[in-house]
Write a protein that binds this ligand. Structure first.
Ligand SMILES: [Zn+2]
Length: 294
């Protein structure tokens, strides 16, 4: 992708220097001052559904007593380098330019009826409006606080695990989550949740696949319409193929084959690699969100 001096979005929270504790990990990390803050939110209890594609059921119980222990004292709190970002400046700039571009494109596509989402970058673990966020979950969109949570190690992980390096692959991840925000604004997420409430597990998964493929299609719509300040497309030769390779690498069948050795279609929640590639390409070729309807 060709990004130069494009606008950077201000709808951003850098939590990379404040996250990582309270979930049993982070040994040696002196950021324990955040535990009380995080723990105080655990009174809600119960089970919260996250739109992370897997509809991961995340119980909030049992997290309150997280690590750190005796290290958490007033002096530690004062000395802890809380808030010190661990985010690479180039990564941050690229993410915020992509985010700003999604704001421009969706404002235009939705005729000004677009309210931006906020991107929260965190490291390892953080508390989202939908419960505990952990890097193992991958990036996700939380409809409760209307924010995207992105573990900054995810793009490294993407290139390491899936051989899908490159900037469009990373932009696609953000654009996919913004796609969920668009669904949310249009009532599509609520509709899907309601339909799932009355569906069997496999029917519920099928609904989830549709939601995910639509978000992929929306990512393609964004890419097709992303322009630089001079009105030139930011997508370059080979970019879409790069996104398609990422889509292929993170299809449910591919992931399941890697992890279980077998494919169980009923449990698919994101779609197969072929479906994800098709959805991304469909959105990209047309540039019109109407082709993403399901
Ligand atoms: Zn998704």
């Amino acid at each position: 992708m060709r990004f130069g001096d494009e606008r950077e979005s201000s709808n951003f929270e850098d939590a990379t220097g404040r996250s990582g504790m309270g979930f049993g990990g982070g040994g040696g990390n002196p950021l324990g001052c955040l535990i009380p803050l995080v723990a105080s939110r655990f009174g809600i209890g119960g089970v919260i559904v996250l739109v992370i594609g897997y509809f991961l059921l995340s119980s909030l119980g049992g997290l309150g007593g997280g690590g750190g222990g005796g290290n958490v004292g007033p002096s530690t709190q004062q000395n802890a380098p809380a808030g010190k970002s661990t985010l690479d400046p180039n990564t941050k700039r690229f993410m915020l330019q992509v985010l700003a571009s999604t704001e421009d494109v969706w404002s235009q596509q939705l005729g000004g009826r677009y309210t931006p989402t906020t991107l929260v970058a965190y490291s390892r673990a953080y508390q989202s409006g939908c419960g505990a966020a952990q890097s193992a979950m991958g990036p996700f969109y939380c409809p409760t606080d209307k924010k995207i949570y992105l573990d900054t190690e995810f793009s490294d992980e993407l290139s390491r695990r899936f051989q899908a390096p490159g900037d469009f692959a990373q932009a696609y991840v953000i654009a996919h989550e913004v796609g969920h925000h668009v669904q949310d604004l249009q009532g599509g997420l609520d509709e899907a949740h309601n339909a799932q409430a009355q569906a069997s597990e496999s029917e519920g998964n099928a609904i989830q696949v549709k939601v995910e493929l639509q978000a992929d299609c929306y990512a393609g719509v964004w890419a097709a319409n992303a322009k630089d300040p001079q009105g030139q497309p930011v997508m370059e030769q080979g970019d879409l193929e790069e996104g398609v390779r990422a889509a292929e690498a993170i299809g449910d069948d591919t992931l399941q084959k890697e992890s279980q050795g077998v494919v169980v279609p009923d449990s698919f929640t994101h779609g197969t690699s072929a479906q994800r590639m098709e959805a991304l390409q469909r959105g990209y070729r047309s540039g019109d969100p109407n082709v993403c309807k399901f």
